[in-house]
Design a protein. Structure first.
Length: 411
């Protein structure tokens, strides 16, 4: 039996409450939080004195692409998976360094990387939930084949895409969902509107018919899973919520009426501000295609306003980042960007309890609770008062524990 580890002299943020709990110790054993109490540590336990610092749950990023090794998705779709796996390992390890003990991949991450984590071939990484390949209509946001007018592409452009599955018609969509679930996906993502990174689809238009979206939702629910849907325009958000989509990604152009409807339908929305800002600031320099920069400039203005709209409507907002290539180093900026319009407690709940509920892991992750997995951070400063302590890329997080094992211990 592993030695008990006791976190002492900490102020506890439980993942939800607006008040910190003082005077309690957190005891960890066999990878779970065994006890939260004011009793002194048992003899023989390993004691970590937190010195009055804040102890909180590990962070959850609900929108990543671990195989997105660059800003040109067409090139990524043509890359060997062996290369993408090396990028994924670097991305995942650095995510844990920043305090993200759980990530949800919503396009590309697969059973290979998940198995490598489970079997210990890849260690020092977050808990990993994956959706496999995204499902897109022909010419949709997941179709990264160049248009017939594009002459500057390599001969392998029609090789199998590790990031997306093109499916048209309700039966084909149903089969595609079944295929990703067969590969162990915990969820499946469809493209319900145009996007920024794709080369040929209009950003502000809906994609997939009602019949196709219903087929995806029915198939996922029948298997005990759920559908996530990429949506920028308000119409795509509303259609997805109406048709039973659980997780709406981005929601950038949402309006008040749509936000209220989405809240009534109890769908989650996962905004991704950090990628909008990062691409605006560095996209052109890093080779983001010109057509994508033009799309970005049409949508980026709405990012902050969408957060205010959804907060007023009571939408359950998760936290995601959606950062591509080298931009993943900006993962922690999602906290400081949201702080421009949202109170710290809302942001913390998004990264902890709400994301856990979205992943159907309430009580297991995103919380400091007896019986939960021991995914624990000890933070210099109080994130309830100053969220920027989480926005510095892990610099102000001296202790990171995932699954009861120290990833970082600097006190």
């Amino acid at each position: 039996m592993a030695k008990k580890i006791v976190f002492q002299s900490a102020r506890i943020f439980d993942g939800d409450s607006e008040k910190l709990r003082g005077g309690a110790s957190v005891t960890v054993e066999d990878g779970v939080i065994q006890e939260i109490s004011d009793r002194p540590p048992e003899a023989g336990a390993e004691v970590l004195d937190c010195g009055g610092r804040v102890l909180m749950p590990g962070l959850i990023d609900a929108h990543v692409h671990v195989y997105a090794a660059g800003l040109n998705i067409t090139r990524i779709a043509q890359s060997p998976v062996s290369y993408l796996a090396h990028f994924a390992a670097k991305f995942l390890r650095s995510s844990l360094d920043r305090g993200f003990t759980t990530v949800r991949d919503v396009g590309g991450g697969d059973v290979g990387i998940a198995s490598a984590i489970r079997e210990g071939l890849l260690d020092g990484v977050p808990r990993f939930f994956y959706g496999g390949r995204v499902i897109s209509q022909t010419g949709g946001h997941g179709d990264f084949r160049p248009g017939d007018h594009a002459l500057d592409f390599c001969g392998c452009a029609h090789a199998p895409d590790p990031m997306a599955n093109i499916a048209d018609g309700a039966d084909a969509v149903r089969k595609a969902v079944r295929e990703e679930l067969r590969r162990g996906a915990s969820h499946v993502k469809i493209m319900a509107s145009g996007g920024v990174a794709s080369p040929t689809d209009p950003l502000d238009r809906c994609q997939y018919s009602d019949e196709e979206i219903r087929a995806a939702v029915e198939e996922a629910e029948r298997a005990g899973s759920y559908i996530a849907a990429h949506c920028h325009p308000a119409e795509a958000v509303r259609r997805s919520a109406a048709l039973g989509v659980r997780s709406i990604e981005h929601g950038t152009l949402i309006d008040r009426e749509t936000a209220e409807f989405t809240a009534e339908r109890r769908s989650f929305v996962v905004p991704t501000l950090s990628t909008l800002v990062a691409l605006l600031e560095e996209g052109e320099k890093l080779g983001f295609p010109k057509v994508s920069m033009e799309k970005l400039n049409r949508v980026s203005h709405a990012g902050f306003a969408s957060l205010e709209i959804m907060k007023r409507a009571g939408v359950r907002m998760g936290l995601g980042t959606d950062l591509l290539g080298s931009l993943h180093v900006r993962q922690s900026t999602e906290f400081t960007l949201r702080a421009k319009v949202l109170p710290a407690i809302d942001i913390l709940r998004s990264a902890c309890g709400i994301n856990a509920e979205l992943l159907r892991q309430s009580g297991k992750i995103g919380c400091i609770r007896e019986g939960a997995f021991a995914d624990i951070l000890v933070v210099d400063g109080n994130p309830l008062e100053d969220i920027s302590v989480l926005g510095s890329g892990g610099v102000q997080i001296p202790v990171i524990m995932k699954d009861g094992k120290f990833h970082k211990r600097a006190i």
